[in-house]
Write a protein that binds this ligand. Structure first.
Ligand code: SF4
Length: 328
């Protein structure tokens, strides 16, 4: 219907929350109407963020050997994927990664560890790295360490971490299909503890695992209910050696619809194009910038991205620029 998505975008901008039915409608939009849907999403994005793109760099601070069995993850106890396995990296190594992030104009470095939950001694080791990154770079710091106790969440806030990442991954209903070693509710509780401790929340999910449109929408609505600040949207790039290795990748246009749904549901939140960007969006990658206002650069946890130089060319070609900071 001509003009439908622009009108809906204007209603969202006037402060009316998107309904579940409307969110489902976005995911089933015809491909003939996709550009208008994206135009509406851009109207919302531009209102809050202009043409800026926040760049984030991941530091895989502890890799592999996880006790959990998340079906998508090459670091899980059931995966046979050939990945690097190492314990917590030194403050020097993490600082060097943060310096790289600074060089490419990133706003934030995200220190990520594999595993169900951090130990107190791991948090104290990270505290040394966080202190040095804060002293020696202009970056904001996010950590993603698994499940937290209330005390650990408060400690992270004390040591200068700005934001905590913990993805809900999918709907509560679908989660048991992809993980048996912990429950979706445990993830939810960690997020509530992080928020109560004063940390900003980063929480998103992974699409393409066999979930339904309802699961995707319910994930977005759960994220809205939690009051999340930043929403990484990952697209499954099936890893060999994981239980999901045989799943087909989503089509690029389906990825764009998912991103648009998140934008309409969470109009003023940071929506980040995350893992699987290159593999799933393929030649349509730049179009995602009209919807999302944030992206990772310089790779993901266990897979490389297309590299900063190509990311930079893509941003420049599409007429977007990094948020606040500029590259060298
Ligand atoms: S997603 Fe996290 S908790 Fe799950 S297997 Fe991977 S590292 Fe472990």
């Amino acid at each position: 219907m001509h003009g439908e998505w622009i009108r809906l975008a204007d209603e969202v901008l006037s402060g009316r929350p998107l309904t579940r039915t409307e969110a489902l409608g976005i995911l089933s939009v015809s491909e003939d109407d996709l550009l208008e849907l994206l135009q509406g999403a851009f109207r919302i994005r531009a209102h809050y963020f202009g043409r800026s793109v926040d760049l984030h760099v991941i530091a895989n601070a502890r890799s592999g050997a996880c006790s959990e069995d998340c079906a998508f993850c090459s670091q899980s106890k059931v995966a046979t994927t050939d990945i690097p396995v190492y314990g917590l990296q030194s403050p020097d190594t993490l600082l060097e990664r943060a310096r790289e992030a600074t060089r490419v104009g990133a706003r934030r470095v995200c220190l990520v560890t594999s595993g169900r939950a951090p130990t107190d001694s791991q948090i104290e080791l990270l505290a040394v790295a966080v202190k040095r990154i804060r002293e020696e770079t202009p970056l904001q710091i996010c950590t993603s360490l698994g499940m937290l106790t209330e005390r650990q969440a408060r400690r992270l806030a004390e040591i200068g971490v700005n934001r905590y990442n913990h993805n809900l991954e999918t709907s509560e209903r679908f989660f048991a299909n992809i993980c048996s070693t912990h429950a979706w509710r445990e993830r939810w509780e960690t997020l509530r503890r992080a928020k109560a401790a004063g940390l900003e929340l980063c929480c998103g999910g992974l699409v393409g695992m066999g979930e339904s449109d309802e699961d995707r929408v319910d994930l977005a609505l759960a994220i809205r209910e939690l009051g999340v600040d930043s929403v990484p949207v990952n697209f499954l790039d099936p890893r060999p050696g994981t239980p999901l290795e045989g799943r087909p990748r989503l089509r690029p246009t389906e990825c764009l619809k998912v991103l648009a749904m998140f934008r309409y549901v969470l109009p003023d939140r940071e929506i980040r194009i995350a893992g699987g960007r290159e593999a799933c969006l393929r030649s349509l990658q730049p179009l995602a910038l009209w919807v999302a206002n944030s992206m990772f650069t310089e790779g993901y946890l266990t897979t490389p991205g297309q590299g900063w130089e190509r990311d930079r060319a893509m941003l420049e070609d599409a007429g977007f620029h990094p948020g606040q900071r500029t590259w060298a």
